[in-house]
Ligand binder design. Structure first.
Ligand code: ADP
Ligand code: MG
Length: 589
């Protein structure tokens, strides 16, 4: 670049550049106008977009209104009624404080504000365009404020060109609208787009608002709520049950003092709380609302206040992950109980028992006669499971336990097997899919966990070679392996196994060797892996055909699981609420 002398930018140029930092697209205008209406204590706010805000954004509120004297000043740079000096920042209770939003909008668009305070004899209207005041005149005294923004970026052609199609800008505006709506569940909000009502959110409890705002994406029944207090803060978490997880963090949202923030450490705290509840790669759906003492948090570090700096971040992080984990451990079984209870008085099972068979499951309190079970016929099933199987068969054949026609699946209607992978059932208000392998695996795992452990000596020892690093990895775990029932002799590279945990007796040799070569961890971790191996081995596989009676039974047992994940963390059950289906088919309900 050739040498050029330094110049001082004109105030107008500087203002436009600064405006661009706050206002980059229609959604930013909407955000600022909503913030102002909320700061003004509005109980009802209506937003209207034309062409996604590219043509017009209008926000009408019933808040405090702007006094006649103030209206002429409110769109000047650094004009705010919310703070007077820096000390006030420590007591901040409003969303705004910089006094920049209206000035920025005025600098890059046409801004019209009509406002009156309650009881005022007259209202006023201000019109500013490109930073120049065009009018300030009387207006009917309607209490509250109407802000109308049009011609956005008319004087910034580069920015204007970056505006997206109206649908895209509408979607961005809607996301902003929802963000604000979640932070203020007591405020009634309406969003119109080109005269069509997109969303109406009446005042509602937080959980209901989240469900309603997202139009059934994750219905109320999926959401659990819990709160906790700490020094200088209060946390409320609304977490979706693990079955509703996603592959992205779209619905993993953190709010602090009613602002959405992007604080990685807190997002991580939520994910941490979900570990063990979600298979790897999935992200939870969770909304966290933190109220943090304003002296412990600084929002003055990002023009759009998307970031905050905390003085007590480690405290918040810890409290949040504990809260989420506690909520999930408590609510996952509870939620299932609720779902079963709701289904209890509904449909009957059409599947007829084929009579006089047996069940794999020992103490299943079903009220029907069990039919022949192919699950039980699987080769490789362990003796103790088969014993249980015969006990259950005898139980089931006692006449008082077999009232005719009772739905085995607790009022759910079994629909069939899909691709020999999933079992489908209809409840009163939901479609349910169960992963047959994951479900059976989990059920067996839970049963095996309760059984006493036995050791299986091997007539022919299992011998294999160890690489140097494998040997080093194996040796520290020998004590834990011995407690599990492994008898190992490692001499040089050679390793010989003369006894195994009985649970692994049906498992292929190669799997046992692979297990030993990677046998790192505590006794509990290793034990868990042994149980998981045994359960996986014995469980029905994807591809196995199940007769209706066995399938119903598996389904019922799966739905009663207190923790419906397979031992590897995959979900066992997925529910599709009718509401969601109705939405897909655009039924008016
Ligand atoms: P800030 O919100 O940071 O104070 P703004 O530029 O957004 O700055 O608004 C400037 C001032 O205009 C506010 O401090 C407030 O006094 C007034 N104001 C703006 N919008 C409204 C509204 N909808 N209702 C009442 N007062 C408003
Ligand atoms: Mg503001």
């Amino acid at each position: 670049m050739p040498h050029a002398p330094i110049v001082i930018l004109s105030e107008e140029t500087a203002r436009r550049i600064a405006a661009g930092e706050v206002i980059d697209r229609p959604a930013a205008v909407l955000r600022e106008l909503l913030d102002n209406a909320l700061d003004a204590g509005a109980a009802e706010i209506t937003c209207s977009l034309e062409e996604g805000g590219n043509a017009r954004i209008r926000v009408v509120d019933d808040g405090s209104g702007i006094a006649a004297d103030d209206l002429g000043r409110c769109a000047l740079p650094h004009a705010t009624s919310k703070i007077h000096d820096l000390e006030d920042m420590d007591r901040l209770s409003t969303l705004g404080f910089r006094g920049e939003a209206l000035a920025s909008i005025a600098a890059c668009a046409r801004l019209e504000i009509s406002s009156a305070r309650a009881g005022a004899a007259s209202g006023q209207r201000l019109l500013v365009e490109g930073g120049k005041r065009l009018a300030l005149d009387p207006h009917p005294p309607r209490p509250g404020t109407i802000v109308d923004v049009s011609r956005i970026f008319f004087n910034m052609p580069a920015r204007r060109r970056f505006l997206k199609r109206p649908q895209t800008e509408t979607a961005l505006c809607k996301a902003t609208f929802i963000e604000k709506a979640l932070a203020f569940p007591n405020v009634a909000l309406r969003l119109f787009s080109d005269d069509e009502l997109v969303l109406y959110l009446p005042p509602a409890p937080l959980r209901d608002r989240i469900a309603l705002a997202h139009g059934g994406t994750f219905p109320l029944e999926f959401l659990e709520e819990a709160s906790a207090n700490g020094p200088g803060f209060r946390l409320t978490a609304i977490c979706a049950r693990p079955e509703a997880a996603r592959t992205d963090r779209k619905y993993l949202q953190i709010f602090c003092n009613r602002r959405r923030i992007f604080e990685f450490s807190l997002l991580q705290a939520v994910e941490y709380g979900y570990t063990g509840f979600l298979p790897g790669g999935l992200k939870p759906i969770a909304f966290v609302f933190a109220e943090v003492d304003s002296s412990l948090v600084d929002f003055n570090i990002h023009p759009a206040k998307r970031e905050a700096r905390f003085r007590n971040l480690p405290d918040l992080h810890r409290a949040l992950s504990v809260l989420v984990k506690g909520l999930l451990s408590k609510s996952v079984p509870e939620a299932l109980r609720t779902a079963r209870g709701a289904a209890d008085d509904s449909g009957r099972s059409p599947a007829q028992p084929s009579g006089g068979g047996a069940t794999l499951f020992p103490d299943f309190g079903s009220h029907r006669r069990f039919g022949g079970s192919r699950i039980g016929d699987r080769p490789g099933l362990r003796g103790d499971i088969l014993d249980a199987f015969h006990r259950a068969k005898n139980e089931a054949e006692r006449p008082e336990r077999a009232p005719a026609g009772e739905g085995a699946a607790g009022g759910l209607r079994y629909l069939g097997q899909l691709w020999r992978v999933y079992l489908a059932a209809a409840g009163r208000d939901e479609l349910i899919l169960v992963d047959q392998h994951a479900a059976h695996e989990r059920i067996l795992f839970d049963e095996l966990e309760k059984k006493p452990r036995a050791v299986q000596p091997l007539a022919v020892p299992l011998a294999f070679d160890l690489e140097e690093d494998e040997r080093e990895a194996l040796l520290p775990g020998r004590e834990a392996l011995a407690r599990l029932g492994f008898e190992l002799k490692a001499t040089g590279r050679a390793c010989e196994v003369s006894a195994l945990p009985a649970l692994l007796s049906g498992v292929p040799e190669a799997d046992v060797i692979a297990f030993l070569k990677s046998a790192r961890g505590t006794f509990e971790e290793l034990e868990r892996r042994v149980l998981a191996q045994a359960a996986c081995r014995a469980a029905v596989k994807a591809g196995d055909e199940l007769d209706p009676v066995s399938a119903e039974e598996l389904l019922t047992r799966a739905l009663a699981l207190p923790d419906p994940r397979c031992p590897h963390g995959r979900p066992v059950v997925r529910r599709f609420p009718r509401q969601e289906l109705d939405k897909i088919f655009q039924r008016i309900v």
